[in-house]
Design a protein around this ligand. Structure first.
Ligand SMILES: Nc1nc2c(c(=O)[nH]1)N[C@H]1C(S)=C(S)[C@@H](COP(=O)(O)O)O[C@H]1N2
Ligand SMILES: [Mo]
Length: 323
């Protein structure tokens, strides 16, 4: 059935779906005007209107690449990166991609709270619309000694911190993943302290490298990689880069993160990459490149980002900076 464009949206709005799914009028008009196949006043198949509504941020991809961030190695293929994942909510192995498709990423609400001027609760698409997306090529290193290099899309976390207006006394930001054991069966494993939680100092969160990832390979983030938004901190071990975030809480207390609660001796707060400091279970001097047929390369201090981040840690004495 063909409907006039406007009335197809009206039909949507009267449907029994949570209010938060719907874009407000202003954004709707914007979304319409940028989609070349959707001329206002023309007709379109109902299904297409639905597709735009499903992820109205699609039009921002691919974002312009920021040329400042260069790699010393070739990019992994999209397949390498989307078929080998850590996302314990969907299973404690690497092949969770199919299971992760159960995650519903629209509607998605993000809360910014704690030591902020005023708590903000915002729809993911409204949040992304406020931010400037860009593409960056980064290395990524898991503590399990595998690594990859990929094009992320996202926005500087510094912009999110600014938007949140933290109070002067705030020193850390805690991030939290969704909690829905019916969808994410891994969250039925009661011995883990769900939801997944991670933290950064405000200085780390506002470092130029720190991204809130919304996509990769020129597309919105796939679910197994932590849609619709995740952290990307390339100088730290992978477990710091928390996926599918629903909450940012500003605080003056250093948080205890998910893996630190599980095994504090092995996974600490700082978790900066350092080839000279072996982990209890994995030596860290070299890493296996995903999709590289077993190829190993030397691991770099701060994963190669020493220039951008070393100053964050200069005055921290007596801290275990590397786990
Ligand atoms: N919510 C959540 N975030 C997470 C994890 C997880 O299990 N749950 N695993 C972490 C670990 S150990 C790594 S190495 C990276 C993996 O990201 P990737 O699957 O995109 O490579 O996600 C991190 N973020
Ligand atoms: Mo990891």
């Amino acid at each position: 059935m063909l409907l006039r464009f406007k009335s197809s949206w009206e039909l949507q709005e009267s449907a029994a779906t949570p209010e938060s799914v719907f874009m407000d009028r202003r954004r709707l008009v914007k979304a319409m005007s940028i989609a070349p196949f959707l001329g206002i006043g023309t007709t379109l198949p109902y299904g297409k209107a639905n597709a735009v509504m499903a992820d109205p941020t699609k039009r921002f991809y691919p974002a312009n690449r920021n040329p400042r961030y260069r790699l010393d190695r070739s990019l992994n293929t999209e397949k390498d990166v989307t078929t080998h994942n850590n996302f314990y909510e969907f299973g404690s192995h690497k092949f969770i991609a199919k299971e992760a498709q159960k995650l519903r990423t629209r509607p998605w609400t993000v809360t910014l709270d704690g030591m902020v001027e005023k708590t903000i609760v915002i729809d993911i698409d409204k949040l992304i619309l406020k931010m400037q997306l860009e593409e960056r090529l980064y290395r990524f290193r898991c503590v399990e000694a595998w690594s990859m290099a990929l094009p992320w899309t996202g926005f500087p976390m510094a912009d999110l911190v600014k938007f949140a207006s933290p109070l002067k006394g705030a020193k850390y930001v805690i991030m939290e993943t969704f909690h829905d054991p019916d969808v994410a069966k891994g969250q039925k494993q009661f011995w883990y302290p769900w939801p997944y939680r991670e933290g950064l100092t405000i200085e780390e969160a506002t470092n130029e490298l720190t991204l809130i990832g919304t996509g990769a390979y020129g597309k919105p983030m796939v679910k197994q990689m932590g849609a619709p938004l995740r952290l990307v901190v390339p100088w730290k071990y992978g477990f710091k880069s928390i996926k599918s975030i629903v909450r940012f809480t500003f605080t003056d207390q250093r948080p205890v993160s998910f893996w630190e609660k599980v095994q504090g001796q092995e996974y600490g707060f700082w978790a900066n990459v350092n080839p000279a400091v072996p982990h209890a279970r994995w030596p860290q001097d070299t890493e296996r490149v995903l999709g590289g047929g077993g190829r190993r390369v030397k691991t770099l201090l701060y994963n190669g980002y020493e220039e951008q981040v070393a100053q964050l840690y200069r005055n921290l004495k007596g801290e275990n900076l590397f786990f």
